[in-house]
Design a protein around this ligand. Structure first.
Ligand code: MAN
Length: 374
């Protein structure tokens, strides 16, 4: 038994060394593959960044252009300022829809000024005006009732007139960035291109990059498998070591009890003993197992191997942790012959096993070696 376990352990150690070698090898392959993958993907990230910066610059430029055009359109007397009276001629600014643009309404769109020159207009008035223009254009759709929306549409001033209904169906905010403010001659292909960029799905890599990504993915999977193989061997090794650590008797005679469980039924409970593991108690009228202790040591005193102790079971209410003493007796088969609880939460099992007969027979034979007996 012990020799078998040692042999098994030797095998496992060798397997583990090999598994560890494979793990290191696959880690190296993974690291290499990821380097290649990363540098290929970096080119895509760089290109995306550049694309984004370009788009942002274009958007800023286009917004600026739109703001300037609006300024010149509103500055009807061309004195270099947009003032309250100029805004009052435009129904777009009639926020309360009472049919006229009040001074307060016009002032609001001039960021509380009487008039603004170009730069200030772009910086301060434009952010207030643009959303209203977008509503007028049916591009920007705030959450509103349909009726209200119709009102916006109907009353929005001439700026919206060149935008036909199909925009509403598309309802695509991104288009706004490229929408021309008023004149329809500039509805360009630029707009469509830009729109497409925005909606581009996940990137498609070129063949070589895709190959590198696939290789890295495979390498990651291999590495994960190699790691698992090592972990599995480690836990197997722990198990065997645990078995080797246990004392199965001077001649391993009690090893035959390991790895099996024996039951005993009394009126109230089903008791279970898994030698060298644990003892449990399960109420017959339902409920889970109660741990009565896990394998601890031999406690037979002078005849050390005549009793086992299982300790540190579930603690007893207002009492000690449950523990179980198993008295071992010679018998024809492995079986529990009785269970008692002489003190609360301290259990005693009587176990019969042929393994306990060896010593007796040795004693009886008085002088014959155990080897002869076996
Ligand atoms: C449960 C069982 C008994 C034990 C009591 C102590 O009913 O485990 O064996 O005596 O708890 O409260």
């Amino acid at each position: 038994m012990r020799a078998d376990l040692h042999e098994r352990l030797t095998q496992l150690d060798a397997q583990r060394a090999e598994a560890d070698r494979l793990r290191q090898e696959s880690q190296q392959m993974k690291d290499d593959a990821e380097l290649w993958e990363n540098s290929a993907l970096q080119q895509y990230r760089d290109a995306e960044d550049a694309e984004r910066r370009k788009r942002e610059a274009e958007e800023a430029e286009s917004s600026r252009k739109e703001a300037e055009e609006t300024f010149h359109k509103y500055d009807s007397n061309s004195d270099g300022f947009v003032d309250i009276s100029e805004l009052q001629t435009r129904s777009l600014f009639d926020k309360d829809r009472n049919g006229e643009v009040s001074i307060e309404e016009a002032t609001f769109f001039l960021a509380e000024n009487n008039q603004l020159p170009l730069e200030d207009f772009v910086e301060r008035a434009w952010p207030l005006i643009k959303p209203y223009l977008m509503i007028g254009e049916n591009v920007f759709r705030p959450p509103a009732t349909p009726e209200l929306d119709d009102m916006h549409q109907a009353e929005a001033e001439e700026d919206s007139e060149d935008h036909s209904e199909h925009h509403e169906d598309e309802g695509n905010e991104e288009e706004s960035e490229d929408e021309e403010l008023n004149e329809n001659e500039e509805e360009t292909t630029e707009e469509q291109e830009s729109g497409e960029e925005h909606t581009q799905p996940t990137p498609q890599y070129d063949e070589e990059t895709q190959r590198l990504v696939n290789t890295a993915t495979d390498a990651r999977n291999h590495f994960a498998q190699a790691e698992k193989a090592v972990r599995d061997l480690d836990s197997e090794i722990e198990k065997v070591k645990g078995m080797l650590d246990k004392d199965y008797g001077p001649q391993e005679e009690f090893a035959t009890l390991a790895g099996q469980c024996l039951e005993y039924n009394d009126r109230e409970y089903i008791y279970k003993l898994c030698p060298f593991e644990k003892a449990t108690q399960q109420p017959k009228n339902g409920g889970g197992d109660t741990n009565l202790g896990t394998w601890s040591e031999w406690v037979g005193g002078e005849d050390k191997y005549s009793a086992m102790m299982y300790s540190n079971g579930i603690s007893c209410w207002n009492g000690p942790d449950r523990s179980t003493r198993v008295n071992i007796n010679c018998g024809l088969e492995n079986r529990i012959t009785s269970v008692s609880e002489p003190n609360r939460c301290e259990y005693v099992f009587e176990l019969e096993t042929p393994a306990a007969c060896i010593d007796n027979e040795i004693e009886a034979s008085n002088g014959r070696s155990s080897h002869d007996e076996l």
